[in-house]
Design a protein. Structure first.
Length: 416
């Protein structure tokens, strides 16, 4: 058995030019990769001539069993328009996918996968390394083409529309890159910047409106929320730092329960804390809405106000709801990482530039936060506070949450 022919020899065998027929290279590659029907095999004979052997009859021929099919396919591509050529290639991809599914259905990857997205990008002339924003559009194209393929033949007009969408996406991206980035005023609450300024007049802000999403001073808030539905907005007033009395407090100490700005906490207050304790401050979330909290508690019309201080005191560093909700993983990972699903339906991320893939937990796999029992929480807080301040020995070996501590002792006394 000789060595298999190279791609250049396949070009010559089909009477194709490597430069002139570069757009139809996929035909030659498909011809080279196609499996020979049983019982034929291919090899390079004397003089590097490609030969095909019938193992049953031991007959040798120079003509490939599928030569006529691929020769007609190449001639058809040469005569067709660009839209018809693209349509033909997409049909070939979908046919190959269906054939692979029938061969090994259990191990067949979904159609919307990095392999077929990359193939479709080559068909439509997209460079995923330079144009990663096209991946989402290409995944939509794959779903649409698959549906049309099962309903009937692909339409050439659909291919033209897809080409127009690709050009529009490129134009949108070019315009977006030329636009200057505007800073979000609410980012001042998340960064370590000391002071927060009013979005309306530019003076020092004194509150934050969760419904509007803006930082405002008292005068501007009163003026802008005087009429209409905005009159029902409830602001979260900034708490002044306990040390500098100027900057708004953004952190609360878990040891002294004091509220400090970022600079005062890191440079002054943190140095006074015990070094043997690994203390981490809590973030005061001014973006949290009191109305939404009352709705969750079942009191939508209650007049009880929840200040940022109360929110910080109730905050738990292990609960994600305490802090601002993180962006989707696709955003935090960057525009070069794209989400896909494997054959088991598990989400993973793929980078077309580095050809790397990795997994992250899905939202469905993250345990949801359990409902909070307000009464039990208050009782537990009271008991834990008494335990912390008590100087008596800790004689609570059988204490359980929600069970009175002296219940067992009284029963024992009665029995005695």
């Amino acid at each position: 058995m000789g060595q298999r022919p190279c791609i250049e020899e396949w070009f010559a065998y089909l009477n194709a030019d490597e430069k002139g027929d570069i757009d139809y290279k996929w035909v030659v590659e498909s011809f080279a990769e196609v499996e020979l029907p049983q019982p034929h095999t291919s090899f390079k004979g004397v003089g590097s001539v490609v030969c095909y052997l019938n193992n049953e009859t031991n007959e040798t021929t120079w003509k490939h069993p599928f030569y006529d099919y691929f020769a007609q396919l190449l001639n058809h591509c040469r005569r067709s328009t660009s839209e018809e050529h693209i349509k033909l290639r997409i049909n070939r991809v979908l046919w190959s996918y269906e054939a692979e599914s029938q061969t090994d259905l259990q191990n067949q990857m979904p159609l919307v996968s990095p392999k077929y997205v990359k193939t479709l990008s080559e068909i439509l002339g997209c460079d995923l390394m330079e144009e990663p924003y096209m991946v989402r559009t290409l995944k939509t194209f794959l779903k649409a083409f698959s549906q049309m393929y099962h309903e009937g033949e692909l339409d050439t007009q659909e291919v033209k529309w897809c080409q127009e969408i690709v050009e529009n996406e490129r134009a949108k991206q070019a315009v977006a890159r030329q636009m200057p980035f505007e800073t979000d005023p609410t980012e001042q609450l998340d960064t370590g910047a000391g002071q927060v300024y009013c979005i309306q007049c530019g003076n020092i802000a004194s509150c934050y409106c969760p419904e509007c999403g803006d930082c405002l001073c008292d005068q501007c808030f009163t003026f802008l929320h005087a009429k209409g539905n905005r009159a029902n907005h409830e602001p979260n007033h900034f708490i002044p730092c306990a040390i500098c009395k100027v900057n708004p407090a953004k952190l609360q100490c878990t040891y002294t329960r004091g509220k400090y700005c970022t600079e005062c906490y890191t440079k002054k207050h943190a140095k006074t804390l015990p070094k043997f304790l690994e203390l981490k401050p809590l973030k005061i979330d001014y973006k949290r809405s009191a109305k939404e909290d009352r709705k969750k508690l079942g009191h939508p019309n209650s007049e009880v106000t929840i200040s940022p201080v109360d929110l910080a005191e109730e905050a738990d560093p292990e609960i994600k709801e305490t802090f601002s909700k993180p962006a989707p993983l696709e955003t935090t990972l960057g525009e070069k990482w794209h989400a896909f699903y494997d054959l088991r339906g598990v989400k993973y991320y793929f980078n077309f530039e580095t050809q790397e893939s990795m997994r992250r937990p899905q939202d469905d796999f993250i345990c949801p936060a359990a409902s909070v029992d307000v009464k039990a929480k208050a009782t537990r807080k009271k008991i834990v506070g008494c335990m912390a301040m008590s100087k008596d020995p800790r004689l609570l070996p059988e204490w359980h949450d929600g069970v009175e501590a002296n219940q067992g002792g009284d029963d024992d006394a009665d029995e005695k």
